[in-house]
Write a protein that binds this ligand. Sequence first.
Ligand SMILES: [Zn+2]
Length: 609
Amino acid sequence: MNRRQQGPLQTAWLFLTLCVCVVSAPRLLAKSPKAPPASEKKAACKELAIRFAPPLNLVFERVSKILARRIQERSGIRPVISTAQGSCNVELGLQEGIGNEGFRIEDVAGGVRIVGNDGRGLLYGVGKFLRSNTYHQGSLTLGDWRGTSVPEKPFRGIYFATHFFNWYHEAPVGKIERYVEDLGLWGYNVIIVYFDMHLFGGTQDPAAQAMLGRLNVILRTAKNVGLESGLICVVNEAYQDSPVAMRADWTAGHDGYTSELACHFHKELCPNKPGAKALLLKWRGEVFAAFREVGLNDVVLWPYDSGGCTCSLCKPWGVNGYIDLAESVAELARRNFPQCKIILSTWGFDNFISGEWDGLQARFSQANPKWIDYIMANEEEVKRYSGHPAARRVPGGFRLLSFPEISMWGASPWGGFGANPLPAHHQQLWNAAKDALAGGFPYSEGIFEDLNKVLFAQFFWRKDTPANSIVDEYIAYEFSPNVVPSVRKAIETLEKGYARRGENLEKDAGPVRFVMEQSSGAEEAFKLIEQADKNLTPAEQNRWRWRILYLRALIDSELVKNNYQVSPRCQQAMQELTKIYYAQKAVLPVAPPTKEAIERNRGHDWTSE
Ligand SMILES: [Zn+2]
């Protein structure tokens, strides 16, 4: 979603159509009585055995493979997966009682033991272990993080927007699989997708089949890593050729509506028109059937952007037509996926008609619905329920999730200038919401906001983890421990200079420019990044996470030097970003703004993609 950046919800109209653990401080230190001396712990390992108590099960198998592959990539060592003792050992184990999805890392003779409370806890423990080690060519030094860590927020999801020919839409499946593993290692536990009905003629439409196939691959990947799968459902959405007589109203100026529904496709159905609800549930059942094999753990019900109906019978949508229909969709979801959790979104509440939040409070205080597990609110609304004690009770007393915006803030095209790390911005938003939340799922348009994703994975893990420490852990693991201070300083400067506005992209009315609100520091930030680049190995220099940060610093520096116009060097950097993002067909909001991308998109209505 998220088809525009202005409007009642301002930056956040994300949604559908278009529409993380630095060192979690150990809660308790569990030192093994047989801990080897420090000198032995610090010795470099030239070989490594990954061991586990037999029998081999699926959890050990998948986590061992993820661990072995990353160690080999970073050190050249090919770990042996066995039950035999080697000179350096990583033992994997499972033990209930640590805490849901938690882990413990402890010393054992000749290495460390990583114990998960469950399969996911083991994966998160392996992530922590990988990030605490130091890697060299031909050896690695085991890190010294020991202790127990348990996530504080139970729902740590991420929403992949698969549209506009962005990275999620276009990247090879193997890259998606790898990325989902990486997000799991940082602490995420749910991957969420959306099937946008209005683009298709029905589930049997070949284009719909292709999209359903891709969404299934993404969710299967999540399941294979041991994570949960989720689907967003706009409750009254409809296919492109929906029956005209059943369609919903989106207009304002009547029944209390003060503005037209944003991002409404005018294909949606009004559930109060004869036959419409039955048809909506039939279609929804067909969509659920398309996910039956992979299974859905989480179903997110959505009111607006797109969706909604402003008619007299549905008004106010958020308290009346929406909730009635959402309950029926939830019942259908549970018939298909008996254990699934239901998340009721309040996206857009009180933006088109007032009183929806208050109305929800009143409706749920009369009869507490049993079919809801969480309520989702945007980052602004969550503040209503924050504080000690909480400013007010969440309707129905349900646990609250947020929908952080990590992709579109400050600049467009999203990701068009490379990485957009925004640690100070997200820290501020998180501080205002962290006490009220049981987690959330950031909206993601691609891989350019990888660091922002990691921030939220780690905020969700331990709410008081400072953003700075997350940034340091990210730099040390994803780039190199050798460049932490200089890259941290560069990121601070790049964040301050991120906000910018484009000129003359859609019409050829003058030179294309990206005017930065703050240009000071851009050249200094690029110098820091260039210096850091010299301290990286060739393999480290070529990793995509480093390249998108390097290119961001280069592009900003070039824009400032060239009156915010795209210089040949800047164009070249944007072409490299296009390759990294698989954005050769991308629509402008998600395309690095090369000359080709701007030409390709002029006069093109991307909102129909
Ligand atoms: Zn209606």
